[in-house]
Write a protein that binds this ligand. Structure first.
Ligand code: ZN
Length: 292
């Protein structure tokens, strides 16, 4: 079985109330990235954040963070797109990534393409009602076609992200059009907690994706659990040949105390070791993803 790729999702838009170890600044993200690399991660996924933790869409901050991480580690770098809101244009969302790709010091390796659109309203389980009722994560087909073309021209590897089966179907159609090359790096999103946009983080929720993966296309699939504990599915994913994308950005992991991202990753490395699966280095990850 191919070696296990561990992608560290270090911060997303997580705050620090439930776990203060979420990195925000470029310095904090770099320090965290070094520790995650030592623990077994080969890809860093991050969101730029302001000093108070608010989302930061400043291209300079992305460039500064990537330059610092490149100096400190050999991790592959997977920044988020600049904005995920309705008003941002496709060009605006990708501009910082394309700009950074021109300079080897700030060049990312991967960029995400969420292959569809969905409601992402936050549900308050205690109150049994929605806190928001109009939040949509919109990625039109036209936007995705633009992303696919622009990333290909820049020589960056897309990470196709599925939130449910319809996203997987759109991913396969993009492959059929020659817009997504094999091996496809495919993120399978499970969600727990306040957001219901992904499949449930249960064996059945994961199997609903796996049962529909085609056999004749090389797909390197990885799993997220946004809002929940991915350790519950770690054995199943790793034994089935999948890969792991995990971090404090998705969930604070209070079940194991107040872990750092690196401590969390080491838990998944332990599961892999117990199953006899080796961990991929960044160089090996590049080969697995066809990026050599
Ligand atoms: Zn993200």
């Amino acid at each position: 079985m191919e070696k296990l790729i561990i992608e560290a999702r270090v911060n997303e838009y997580a705050m620090r109330k439930r776990n203060p170890n979420v990195p925000w600044s470029a310095e904090e993200i770099t320090k965290d990235a070094v520790e995650c690399r030592e623990a077994g991660a080969s890809i860093l996924h991050f969101h730029a954040r302001q000093e108070n933790g608010a989302p930061c869409h400043d291209a300079e901050r992305y460039a500064q963070t990537i330059a610092m991480v490149h100096e400190a580690t050999d991790l592959l770098i997977h920044p988020t797109l600049g904005a995920n809101t309705v008003e941002a244009s496709p060009e605006g969302r990708l501009a910082h990534v394309l700009e950074m790709a021109k300079d080897p010091r700030t060049r990312p390796d991967l960029a995400p393409m969420d292959m569809g659109s969905t409601n992402i309203d936050v549900f308050d389980r205690g109150e049994k009602k929605y806190r928001t009722t109009d939040q949509m994560y919109i990625n039109t087909t036209a936007t995705l076609l633009y992303f696919a073309k622009a990333l290909k021209a820049a020589g960056l590897k897309p990470c196709a992200v599925a939130w449910n089966i319809t996203y997987l179907r759109e991913t396969l159609l993009f492959h059929e059009m020659g817009m997504l090359d094999e091996p496809i790096y495919l993120g399978l999103t499970l969600t727990e907690g306040p957001i219901s946009a992904g499949h449930p983080a249960s064996p059945a929720g994961l199997d609903a994706y796996l049962n529909l993966l085609p056999d004749d296309i090389k797909i390197v699939w990885t799993v997220y659990n946004y809002g929940g504990n991915l350790l519950n599915l770690a054995e199943k994913i790793i034994a089935a040949g999948g890969h792991i994308s995990v971090g404090l950005g998705d969930y604070p992991y209070a079940e194991i105390g107040v872990p750092t991202n690196a401590e969390l990753i080491s838990k998944f490395v332990d599961v892999a070791k117990s199953l006899g699966r080796e961990i991929a280095t960044p160089a090996e990850t590049r080969t697995i993803l066809g990026m050599d």
